[in-house]
Design a protein around this ligand. Structure first.
Ligand code: NAD
Length: 485
């Protein structure tokens, strides 16, 4: 296993524009380890003009990349998958250092993130159209798929690799060029990944990376530029709304993977062992900092006590620490703001009558840690039931009838993912129909898969990443009519 210092030593630190590593016009900024608060490295800080130069490079490369045979694009993605698999340990360590997740979970993200490269290398060669006669028999209709053109991607800090590959792989497969702006808190994995893409044979200008501390100032001019054809964003709903408004100005195509407020419904007929296992995965993976994290545990009153006892016992046994340490299950939250926000949500719930069954507090530094926590008897109207927690807090409210469970589960402006535990197959099917959600786990706590369409309804966003659907986000449909004479 490579040492931390050797890994950081060989890391590129510039902007990657037109195939070259370049300095940022605003100098550099530090990237910190949230487990220690210490600076890992300093990297380039782009200004708006740097951002436009990155778009220039993507625009210049677009026609040649679109004309590159699909098999060639596919082979590059497949080589990238193979290289990533070979270097899984290095990418996992890098993510743990900049984001804080336990190393075992970071390895899991390398597997998940890598699968998008493999999946879309396979999809690249299956882009096809259709041919048919008009119903009147007077014309031949040709329907073809074209790459949408240069894309701009804005990614969040919580899954530094997977959020990048989930966008970059389908775009490259479709024949689009790209500018990526990773989150300023965790930009290092994207820099290492683009280096790997170059090794895999990616031509210059096809993927460009800009890192910056002034996201809005750099993104605005790119989004406003008429040469840009697609914006894909993963992040919070408030920022997503601003970006949709900016994109509307140029009628720019958008995909929005936004926040979640996942209900986790446990019926009284559920397999409680499976529900507890599912709850631990759905809540504490990524230290609770996932858009798919279970946010509201809605548990039948007859099994709520048993469920709370069992999750509390598991939570009290969790090992907290720096993600690089053996056996750690709970790393740090991303920053002080996240700790304060989590503490405020717990306090509000307690003020309204909730009981703390495990954890409940921030942990003194260094690092930004919060204890894994279970709270029960969470009252309707508590902030924690309305807002995305983004921390390791499992909050339990109760219900009695199926209609009440559905009403509570749907009582949110979000609709990304829902989890339901029941042994009753008919009820399971009814819940699939009745829950307002883009994705659902029926008796399972993790649903993400590169072969499946990931995305939400309501204010969780629009568009799908992965699956058969994912590549269509980067294709536009063209119809041609030819007289049938
Ligand atoms: P965020 O919205 O604060 O930031 C996301 C990205 O947007 C970052 O790169 C940030 O630098 C950039 N950004 C922030 N303000 C901007 C602006 N005004 N203009 C342009 N860019 C701007 O979100 P975050 O804290 O990085 O990530 C957590 C959020 O992401 C949560 O809400 C989570 O649910 C969501 N998320 C959603 C998915 C999904 O697929 N639906 C996946 C992961 C995370």
């Amino acid at each position: 296993m490579i040492s931390e210092s050797a890994l950081l030593e060989k890391l590129p630190r510039g902007l990657f524009i037109g195939g070259e590593w370049q300095d940022g016009s605003r100098g550099t900024f530090p990237v910190k380890d949230p487990a220690t608060g210490e600076t890992l490295v300093e990297i380039a800080d782009a200004d708006a003009a740097d951002g436009i130069r990155a778009l220039d490079a993507a625009v210049a490369a677009q026609d040649a990349w679109a004309a590159t045979p699909a098999r060639t694009r596919s082979d590059i993605l497949r080589r990238a998958f193979d290289l990533l698999t070979e270097r899984a340990d290095e990418f996992a360590l890098l993510m743990t250092l900049e984001m804080g997740k336990p190393l075992a979970e970071a390895r899991g993200e390398v597997t998940y993130g890598g699968e998008f490269l493999r999946w879309f290398s396979e999809e690249a060669v299956r882009i096809s159209g259709r041919y048919g006669m008009t119903p009147e028999g007077t014309g031949r209709m040709v329907v073809s798929q074209r790459p949408v053109g240069p894309c701009f991607f804005i990614t969040p800090w919580n899954f530094p690799l997977a959020m990048a590959t989930r966008k970059i792989a389908p775009a490259l497969a479709a024949g689009c060029t790209v500018v990526v702006k990773p989150a300023e808190l965790t930009p290092l994995t994207t820099l290492a990944f683009v280096q790997l893409l170059v090794e895999a044979g990616l031509p210059e200008g096809v993927v460009n990376v800009i890192t910056t501390t002034t996201s809005a100032a750099v993104s605005g001019p790119i989004i406003a530029d008429p040469r840009l054809r697609k914006l894909s964003f993963t992040g919070s709903t408030p920022v997503g709304k601003k970006l949709i408004a900016q994109a509307a100005e140029g009628v720019l195509r958008v995909s929005m993977e936004l926040g979640g407020n996942a209900p986790f419904v446990v019926f009284d007929d559920a397999d409680l062992d499976a529900a507890v296992d599912g709850a631990m995965a759905a809540k504490f993976r990524n230290i609770g900092q996932a858009c798919t994290a279970a946010n509201r545990f809605i548990v039948h009153a007859d099994v709520a006590e048993a469920f709370a006892d069992r999750v509390s016992e598991r939570v009290r046994a969790m090992k907290i620490g720096r993600g690089t340490e053996e056996g750690v299950q709970i790393g740090p939250l991303i920053d002080e703001k996240a700790v304060a926000g989590t503490a405020a949500l717990v306090q509000d719930a307690v003020d309204r009558g909730a009981t703390v069954r495990a954890g409940g507090s921030a942990i003194d530094g260094p690092g930004t840690f919060f204890e894994p926590t279970v709270i029960t008897e969470v009252a309707a109207g508590s902030d924690i039931l309305r807002e995305e927690i983004f921390g390791p807090v499992l909050a339990i409210a109760t219900f009695r009838g199926e209609d009440e469970a559905v009403r509570l589960a749907n009582d949110t402006e979000y609709g990304l993912v829902s989890y339901v535990f029941t042994r009753d197959l008919a009820r399971g099917h009814r819940m699939i129909d009745r829950l307002e959600t883009g994705m659902m786990g029926l008796n399972v706590g993790v649903v993400s898969n590169a072969a499946a369409p990931f995305g939400g309804v309501k204010q969780s966003g629009m568009g799908r990443e992965g699956g058969l659907e994912g590549i269509h986000e980067y294709l536009s449909t063209k119809y041609t009519l030819i007289p049938a004479s």
